[in-house]
Design a protein around this ligand. Sequence first.
Ligand code: GUN
Ligand code: ZN
Length: 434
Amino acid sequence: MSEQGGRRLHITGRTLTFDADPRINADAARYTEKGAVLIGDGRILWCGQAGDEPADLSAGAERHNHGDDLILPGFVDGHVHYPQIGVIASFGAQLLDWLEKYTFPEEGRFSDAAYARETASRFLNLLLANGTTTAAVYCTVHPESADAFFEEASSRDLRMIAGKILMDRNAPETVTDTAQAGYDDTKSLIEKWHGQGRNLYAITPRFAPTSTPAQLEACGTLMSEFDDVYLQTHVSENTDEVKWVAELFPDARSYQDVYAHYGMLGPRGLYGHAIHMDDADLAQAAETQTRYVHCPTSNLFIGSGLFDIRRTWNAGVDVMLGCDVGGGTSLSPFATMKAAYEIAQFSGYPLTPEQAFWLSTSGGADTLSLGDRIGRLAPGYEADVVVLNLKSTPVIDQRVKRAENLRDILFAQMILADDRAIRAVYANGLRVVG
Ligand code: GUN
Ligand code: ZN
């Protein structure tokens, strides 16, 4: 774990962490105007009011004074494609054309291990510069792309979830495998990387249209062989895609039901988009504790549809946020929160800033089943921490000057801020940005 040995850090500033679910508990946010966090050996040792630090822990600690900046847990992202960082902001296509025109050609380049490594490094630097310290990440079909990603994540000591895509039909040869190769390569990668340092593995069938029944069956088998790995995929993002799935799998009740048939739903299942769902789908997701990842900037950019967060929550389904770059248009959690707010407005639901920040920290960590390790400023938690400049632009500065409460301050950030607000990032107790 550590180059840091016994070195301790004492960081001060305003602090914010969530003790509870802000949808249920109006006092879920624990905000301290003059706060302090003590870190040692990659863990949070203590968090509270500056001045109250236990002397034995703070003595000799290196001091980082962040003034009136806001210290909070590192952001968590539930869905992003690292190989697509180079084709972010590609013009003019909806999902299936966008995949053919931009995504598959770019992903084809990742058979080259050096290209994969350079892209993974650049992607992780950009992700950290946006304050995100944990993400569920799609690689490409090439095992080299997953090795490259995990090597780069390991060198930064990050808590990351990732997996090689499986896809054995309806795509160019340069980005397809076979049911058997997909199974074998995934198994070897799980054995190599899952639980190695802070790395975690996700079995990653791209989506039902690019996997044969034999490949989906193999994914279900892998799920049953490894009971603590994740599975990530896409579901019901775009109406043409939903129609295509109905043609390819005529016996399935719905798109999500294809995955159910192969034993792929459950609490470790991270399903991206989930826009065009009927009540039976939502009931099935709630029953199986399957998780949905709402990717609002992507849904707007690709024109896929409007996810109904209130309806999904009311059905008892766990939701987190994802940026979905390159379909998504920003790695910034602020952009994702802003778009989630705007989309919720279409259904008359004002997503609160407390809910949005909770979704992007401890709520997201809970959805990833990592809520006992990351996402909170609390003793024993892994020391992934972000520090925000709350006045990072002139517009934000003049708006925050009028803020009457924490909600106003947080709302101004989620609507107006970007990576300029990221003053510092600590990953596993090491300062990696700022
Ligand atoms: N569905 C299948 N693959 C993808 C992808 O790469 N991005 C998005 N947004 N949707 C997908
Ligand atoms: Zn995606």
